[in-house]
Design a binder for this molecule. Structure first.
Ligand code: NDP
Ligand code: 8X3
Length: 253
């Protein structure tokens, strides 16, 4: 169903991006897989073969993004679909206790990374009057939680940016979709807790989180809608995750 579509994926070394690379190739797409860890990209290329082109890059570096796109082999130079998936949360402390370096890395990756990749690829989609950009936001961009401070705010940016982009590209035959997942067991929590696997595992203890494949299938579904259908946003949670009442700070009597 994706035969001959060229799909540029950020964050294809793990989690959602990796599951998408596998699913898209299985369905006939040519995939440009990116991420910082070259060795993971090489493993992916070994697994999926010539349908995958790999480019190690950091989405915070706009020159690296531009150069990877400028040096794509000719048969991949027309990107049909951009999947802005690379992102991370660092820490779960209250804002005043968060390291400023971590805050900056989240902003640079989750916001500027999306801007750099979109800015590099959208003009060619506009020229060709054809394209689809899928952004991976989060339920954290809509619903606040303690310790979500800057991470959630970066995802609120992604959600609003997706909606605003739709307004900009009206009439250009370009689709924009925002994916808003809840808890999913990937490397996400291990990264958030700086490699503390025990803390990461505790996040998913006693419940069934989403899988990367659940998200990949959802993204695949949005891409495979007929050309006249734009899925604006998809919010998806595990059945075992839901909402809580507002927290109240009460005076002691
Ligand atoms: P993973 O940690 O498994 O994957 C994150 C991916 O992002 C990796 O491939 C990583 O590659 C890449 N990445 C991180 N920083 C950079 C960077 N500076 N430049 C390039 N690539 C980078 O997590 P998920 O698959 O879960 O996360 C994917 C997206 O989904 C993220 O945007 C995350 O915020 C979002 N999300 C995750 C949820 C979850 O519960 N798991 C829920 C909602 C949203 P590398 O390290 O090789 O650079
Ligand atoms: C990741 C989902 O709820 O852990 O974006 O913030 S959550």
């Amino acid at each position: 169903m994706l035969t001959n579509k060229t799909i540029f994926i950020t964050g294809a070394t793990s989690g959602f991006g990796l599951a998408c690379a596998r699913l898209f190739v299985k369905n006939g797409a040519k995939v440009i897989a990116t991420g910082r860890r070259k060795e993971k990209l090489e493993e992916l290329q070994k697994e999926l073969g010539e349908k995958v082109h790999i480019a190690a890059l950091d989405v915070r570096d706009k020159n690296a993004v531009k150069s990877a796109i400028a040096t794509l082999p000719k048969n991949l130079s027309q990107v049909d679909i951009l999947l802005n998936n690379a992102g991370l949360a660092l820490g779960l402390s209250n804002f005043d206790q968060q390291s400023e370096d971590d805050l900056e890395q989240m902003v640079q990756t989750n916001i500027m990374g999306v801007i750099h990749c979109t800015h590099a690829l959208l003009p060619t989609m506009i020229e060709r009057n054809n394209g689809h950009i899928v952004n991976v936001s989060s339920i954290a961009g809509t619903y606040p939680y303690p310790g979500g401070n800057v991470y959630g705010a970066t995802k609120a940016f992604v959600t609003q940016f997706s909606l605003n982009l739709r307004a900009d590209v009206l009439g250009k035959n370009i689709r924009i979709t925002n994916i808003e997942p809840g808890m999913c067991d990937t490397e996400f929590s291990t990264v958030r807790f700086k490699g503390d696997k025990q803390k990461a595992d505790n996040v998913y203890a006693g419940m069934q989180p989403l899988t990367s494949e659940d998200i990949a299938e959802t993204i695949f579904w949005t891409i495979c809608r007929p050309p006249h259908v734009n899925i604006n946003r998809v919010e998806i949670m595990p059945t075992q995750q839901a909402f809580s009442p507002f927290a109240v700070s009460r005076n002691n009597n």
